[in-house]
Every structure is written in structure tokens, then in C-alpha cells.
Write a protein that binds this ligand. Structure first.
Ligand SMILES: C[S@@+](CC[C@H](N)C(=O)[O-])C[C@H]1O[C@@H](n2cnc3c(N)ncnc32)[C@H](O)[C@@H]1O
Length: 234
């Protein structure tokens, strides 16, 4: 491992806004802040919003700056990337954002019933191979896991450069009769004034330089309805 990465890992251990649970803590299902993030960490009564696969945390930090009356947690498995967002938040005294280093597959261990209001999924790995379909963060396996800790009809946002993943997500939402509130296949042309959507992640900036279109949609996720895989589509 490079010196720089080692330095970041060590520094991150001192950051009060970063949580790096052990595998044992994740497996126990009884993480100390599960169901208590708002009360015991943020110490307010504001809503909680997650960013999955936050990378360097641009979205989590950007949203936190724009919405001081909401709480945000960026989640990723890669610590060296997360270090950037956590450090920026500390340097700028942005206290309504934290970071959790874990695999999204284990996310249910960290959030309690009805604890989360919204989820942002920003430029996830599209997992295009057929045998990897179950790994798509907007597929039924993950959506059913989010249902467990989201409020009824919580919002799920997806931003992606990948048209296959975007169409797949639309298929899942349509097939399951989910309410789609907004969709566009060229976000930066159709909605250039929306502050919320204009925050650009590291990957988004790369895709924009390559002149790729950015897809975006958001939909409501019902609590009491199992999401199933559509029988058609890629
Ligand atoms: C393509 S990057 C996008 C990062 C960031 N959202 C952006 O737009 O710049 C995907 C991110 O998801 C994270 N990731 C992928 N699968 C994951 C998983 N199962 N659990 C946690 N993080 C994951 C990766 O570590 C990576 O940082």
C-alpha cells in the first residue's frame, strides 16, 4: 500500500465524523448507532439521508452544505476515497454529514426501522454482466434491503452515466408500480438550474468531460411491498 494511503487511513482513525465498524460489529446486527444516528450522533431531530457508494463524498458534503437542516451519511467501502469528503467536512465545520465505511451489502446492520428518509445512489458500478445483476444497487435485492430501514415511500435517487443501468432501474420501478417523480436522460441540459442536481461527483466530472449524458431519476419506495425483478430487459 502507498505511503499516502497509509497516512490517510491513520488520519481517518482520528476523524470524529468517520465510522469504520469491524466485520464482527457488522455481523452482530447490533451496531451502537443503529436506530440512534440522529439522537446520539447528530443530536438534532432532522431527517437522515444516505449516499451509497459515495466515493470522495462530493455529493454528501455538497448536500449537507445546501441543506443544513438535514443529516447526511456517505457510505463506501474505500477508505482512501472517503478521507477526502470527511476531511473537507471537518475543515469547513460542516457538522451535518458523517461517513460510514462498510459494504452496502451489510447496510441493514447499521440502520434501524424507519430511520432513513432518502437514499442517493451516485454513479454506482453498473454491474452489467448477467450474473452480476443481483449486485445492482437499484435492483430488487438492494431495494428490499433499503425498505427495511427507510420510511414508507422514502425517496430513492439515481444518477448514472450508464444508459443500461438507467433503463433497468426504470423497468424495475415501472414493473413494480413505483411512483417515479422525475426522470431525465440528459440532466445537465434539462435541469441546469436545480442546485440539488448540479452537485458534481468526481466520476460525474469525468463523464461530463467525455461528453456523456447524465441520467437521473427518483422514485418512492413503499415499505410494505416486496420489489420483484421484471421478467424482461437487460
Ligand atoms: C464509480 S464509483 C462512484 C463514486 C462516487 N459516487 C462518484 O460519483 O464519484 C463507485 C463507488 O462505489 C463504491 N462501492 C461499490 N460497490 C460497493 C459496495 N458493495 N459497498 C460499498 N461501496 C461500494 C466504490 O468503492 C466506489 O467508490
Amino acid at each position: 500500500m502507498g505511503k499516502n494511503k497509509l497516512h490517510r487511513f491513520a488520519e481517518m482513525k482520528t476523524f470524529k465524523n468517520v465510522f469504520e465498524p469491524t466485520i464482527e460489529e457488522a455481523k452482530s446486527g447490533r451496531y451502537k448507532l443503529k436506530g440512534k444516528w440522529i439522537q446520539n450522533y447528530f443530536e438534532n431531530n432532522h431527517l437522515l439521508i444516505l449516499e451509497l457508494g459515495c466515493g470522495r463524498g462530493e455529493y454528501s458534503v455538497g448536500l449537507a452544505e445546501n441543506f443544513p437542516n438535514k443529516n447526511f451519511i456517505g457510505i463506501d467501502i474505500k477508505g482512501a476515497r472517503m478521507w477526502r469528503g470527511a476531511k473537507t467536512a471537518l475543515e469547513n465545520k460542516i457538522e451535518n454529514v458523517a461517513f460510514l465505511r462498510t459494504r452496502i451489502e451489510m447496510i441493514q446492520s447499521f440502520f434501524g426501522e424507519d430511520e432513513v428518509d432518502e437514499i442517493w445512489i451516485t454513479f454506482p458500478d453498473p454491474q452489467l454482466k448477467r450474473r452480476r445483476k443481483k449486485k445492482r444497487l437499484t435492483g430488487p435485492v438492494f431495494l428490499n434491503s433499503y425498505r427495511k430501514f427507510m420510511n414508507n415511500n422514502g425517496l430513492v435517487h439515481l444518477k448514472t452515466d450508464n444508459d443500461v443501468l438507467f433503463n433497468y432501474t426504470l423497468n424495475v420501478a415501472t414493473f413494480n408500480n413505483l411512483t417515479i417523480n422525475y426522470q431525465t436522460t440528459d440532466l445537465h441540459k434539462t435541469d441546469s438550474n436545480n442546485k440539488l442536481l448540479q452537485i458534481k461527483t468526481h466520476y460525474e466530472q469525468i463523464f461530463l468531460k467525455e461528453n456523456k449524458n447524465i441520467n437521473y431519476l427518483n422514485f418512492n419506495l413503499p415499505k410494505n411491498r416486496e420489489i420483484i425483478e421484471p421478467p424482461y430487459g437487460e
